[in-house]
Ligand binder design. Structure first.
Ligand code: GDP
Ligand code: IMO
Ligand code: MG
Length: 422
């Protein structure tokens, strides 16, 4: 099997977890390379629902190896809890899950600062998940972060934590927030460090040795292209590179080892948190929320919804090099008489066929739509391409053509078998 990077090609929550779970069957190792427990990837195995935050979704397939790469920021308390929940559900996580020793650690002051900065921003807030992701990546770039190799070395951890708490407690005080106690943080994190120690290793070497033996890798993207720190709708983004390049820097696997990039999109658009969403539409939001769908897997917030944005998906194909497109949640559109697809943006008398980098300009963009007739039939039982009504096939072919990628997978429900592979 090939080495595949899977990315979200919209604003996150495209159904990456489900597609990863399907693709894992044909791979040996699943690797997370960026983000942290801001991610929430939902996978159904039979009737059982799993929501993965830091652990790669591949963990649900017996016999596969999972890696949390160097580019991830790890909240040790969150990870210990996630592992405990998985063990309780009889999912094997020992001996098959490895964590990079150079992955950065999310500490309580990161979470507290995330929250305080959002409060300070008021109506200009980003709508973060409050998991401390921005401040943790900030420390990494400022070269003041603690890494997993520090967490699992008691002396180093105590010494470095004391210094970092001194600075961060000063900042927290300036925000009017309560300073953190060294003893409380130290004890909780030492315990988590002890629990995680058996998993911590040099994952760069592990992955290279596995490739030498012929193993195939599947890179599980978190978030989505327009939440990328460089290519997204800055500042309304997350703090990592969510696009395909992030998979290489976040794992130490070089670009020439990558065979294919799979982009995942929903058949419509969603976004959780603040920032522009050109095709946002209240009617489609009401429809999906009314069906009990589109509530965040990490924070439970209702997701904002809109029509499929082919300007965005084409832009995503450009920055990620998307070869194959997986379209999920097609069944969400089953009842609609008419389905719109955005094919260009317009501002005054200017037209865009790419996503402008200036978020203020993007906020003024009016979508130009092309309308497609709805199929008005439930799709959830379709298992083959030819089971789909002609109108659904026409809609799917059109969004793949507009994106400029091969339509390879279509998902018509959350379950494993509700997947059409072309
Ligand atoms: P991720 O973050 O990209 O992994 O996506 P999430 O798990 O946050 O959100 C996607 C949601 O859509 C989850 O609740 C999935 O179970 C669900 N899902 C994925 N594919 C389909 C599909 O084709 N149809 C339906 N009805 N639900 C789907
Ligand atoms: P998955 O992997 C959707 C959004 C937040 C907020 C912005 C910044 O499940 O697709 P952060 O906490 O990262 O600093 O928040 O990014 N966000 C996501 N939106 N899916 C995600 O992950 C997200 N992770 C972060 O809502 O707008
Ligand atoms: Mg999600």
């Amino acid at each position: 099997m090939a080495n595949i990077i899977l990315v979200g090609a919209q604003w996150g929550d495209e159904g990456k977890g489900k597609i990863i779970d399907v693709l894992t069957e044909q791979t040996d190792i699943v690797v997370r390379t960026q983000g942290g427990n801001n991610a929430g990837h939902t996978v159904f195995v039979g009737k059982r629902k799993f929501v993965l935050h830091l652990v790669p979704s591949g963990i649900l397939r017996p016999g596969k190896t999972c890696v949390i790469g160097n580019g991830v920021v790890v909240d040790p308390l969150g990870l210990v809890e996630e592992l405990r929940a998985l063990r309780r559900l009889k999912v094997k996580v020992d001996g098959n899950l490895f964590i990079s020793e150079t992955a950065h650690v999310v500490l309580p002051y990161h979470r507290e600062l995330d929250e305080q900065r959002e409060i300070l921003k008021g109506k200009h807030r980003l709508g973060t998940t409050k998991r401390g992701i921005g401040p943790a990546y900030g420390d990494k770039a400022a070269r003041t972060g603690l890494r997993m190799l520090d967490l699992v070395r008691p002396d180093a951890f105590a010494r470095k934590l004391r210094i970092r708490l001194k600075e961060n407690n000063g900042v927290l005080k300036a925000f009017g927030a309560r300073p953190l106690s060294f003893a409380a943080v130290h004890d909780a994190y030492r315990k988590a460090g002890d629990a995680l120690r058996p998993h911590v290793t040099n994952t760069v070497v592990l992955l290279h040795q596995a490739m030498m033996r012929g193993a195939s890798l599947l890179f599980e993207g978190a978030q989505g292209t327009f939440l990328d720190i460089d290519h997204g709708t800055y500042p309304y983004v997350t703090s990592s590179n969510t696009t395909a390049g992030g998979a290489c820097t976040g794992s130490g696997v070089p670009p020439h080892r990558i065979d294919r990039v799979v982009g995942v999109v929903k058949a419509y658009t969603t976004r959780v948190g603040e920032g522009p969403l050109p095709t946002e539409n209240a009617e489609i939001a009401d429809l999906l929320h009314g069906m009990g769908r589109e509530f965040g897997a990490t924070t439970g917030r209702p997701r904002r919804c809109g029509w499929f944005d082919a300007v965005a998906s084409r832009h995503a194909a450009m920055v990620n090099g998307i070869d194959d497109l997986a379209v999920t949640n097609v069944d969400g559109l089953d009842t609609l008489e008419m389905i719109r697809v955005c094919v260009a943006y317009r501002v005054a008398n200017q037209q865009f066929d790419y996503v402008p980098g200036d978020v203020d300009l993007l906020s003024q963009c009016e979508p130009v739509y092309v309308d497609f007739p709805g199929w008005r039939r439930p799709l959830d039982k379709a298992r083959r391409w030819r089971d789909l009504p002609g109108r659904a096939r026409a809609y799917l072919n059109a969004i793949a053509d507009l994106t400029g990628a091969r339509l390879s997978m279509v998902s018509v429900g959350p379950a494993r078998d509700q997947t059409i592979v072309r």
